[in-house]
Design a protein around this ligand. Structure first.
Ligand code: FAQ
Length: 315
């Protein structure tokens, strides 16, 4: 079949909302874009375990500890589904992980901020998982089959994460003045970085137009950011917290909240590797790989032994 015919078939599948599957023909750049986005997403889930992992040993009750452990384990699971989805595009997982460790691959800017108090567990669940849900529910309809299917399960789990975070914030906000101040401080520190999670403004986003044409992305960065603000502000107000933005106000005419300018210099600085915790995060992931080498070696030796036995039996 000619390249033009293959391209036409690919386009008709997109037009008819038929998923592209691993063995289907796809343009090289479509494959590359997916590998870039899915690997960045997988790395974000894995690095994203670190800020919350920091508080597991200091959770204030058994119930909180159980929920936090479960959440952090879920994030590991999300990373693994996503690496598997990425591998169906022909990219080896080991290469993607090496790219993360060398600083070549990106992961979400948000995970380069420190978790200073217990209230940060509430703010991450409420805001970071809330932003992740806003971004990822539309990805359940993304055009690449394995990515879309992985997102369905990821989103169900993220909903539980968001609720457990909001519940922590709600409890702190109605607690002692010191607890309420802790919740407010966490909201102050996590609000703007959460808005940055959606990526640069549409006018500066280099991939959005093409990714929307390929139906990889279903909404632009600004659309998702606005929807997140509209949903989240009433939740914060409901528990008596305020947002660190003097320009935040309901715009009756537009039916949306107006909000202030995001500090894009901070965003670009963080994704270049200069955020408060970038070096610490990569160091932790490299150490995890080195410390886990014996597990991989043992698993490979066991698999080899098993294979030798079945070859002997067959002979
Ligand atoms: N951080 O042209 P665009 C989570 C990069 S999962 C770092 O707009 P695109 C779960 C972008 O890669 C959070 N880099 O790019 C959880 C590109 O760089 P490149 C992760 C960013 O791809 C919760 C350049 O800027 N979610 O939170 C960021 O069309 C709690 C230009 O940007 C996903 O990955 C950023 N925030 O749109 C885990 C969702 N934003 O590659 C633990 C899937 C942009 O050209 C605890 N990904 N960049 O060098 C997406 O939806 C998209 O990839 C966007 C970016 C929206 C992130």
């Amino acid at each position: 079949m000619s390249e033009e015919q293959l391209q036409r078939d690919f386009q008709s599948k997109l037009d008819a909302e038929i998923r592209i599957e691993p063995k289907d023909w796809m343009p090289d750049d479509y494959r590359k874009t997916l590998i870039r986005q899915i690997s960045q997403h997988a790395h974000s889930e894995i690095v994203g375990m670190l800020p919350e992992g920091n508080w597991i040993t200091r959770a204030p009750s058994l119930r909180r500890k159980v929920a936090l452990i479960a959440k952090v384990q879920d994030e590991a699971g999300h990373g693994l589904y996503l690496y598997s989805a990425m591998e169906t595009l022909g990219e080896p997982r080991s290469k993607a992980i090496d790219d993360l460790h060398s600083g070549k691959a990106k992961y979400s800017s948000i995970f380069n901020y420190p978790t200073l108090t217990w209230a940060d567990m509430g703010a991450i669940g409420w805001l970071v998982d809330g932003a992740a849900i806003q971004n990822q529910v539309p990805l359940c309809r993304t055009s690449y089959g394995p990515y879309a299917r992985a997102m369905v399960r990821v989103c169900k789990e993220e909903s539980f994460h968001q609720r457990q975070g909001y519940e922590i914030m709600m409890e702190l906000a109605k607690g002692t003045p010191a607890q309420k101040a802790m919740a407010q401080d966490a909201l102050n520190r996590w609000w703007w970085p959460s808005l940055m999670m959606f990526g640069p403004p549409d006018k500066d986003s280099k991939h959005t137009a093409q990714s929307m044409a390929w139906k990889i992305k279903r909404h632009t960065n600004d659309e998702l950011r606005q929807a997140f603000v509209d949903k989240t502000v009433p939740q914060g107000e409901f528990i008596g917290l305020t947002f660190p933005d003097k320009d935040l106000k309901w715009n009756e005419e537009k039916g949306h909240y107006d909000f202030g300018d995001i500090n894009w210099d901070e965003f670009y600085n963080v994704i270049k590797g200069n955020g408060p915790c970038n070096k610490e995060r990569i160091k932790a992931r490299r150490a995890a790989k080195e410390n886990g080498a014996w597990v991989r070696d043992a698993a490979a030796a066991y698999a080899k032994k098993k294979q030798n036995k079945s070859t002997e039996k067959a002979a």
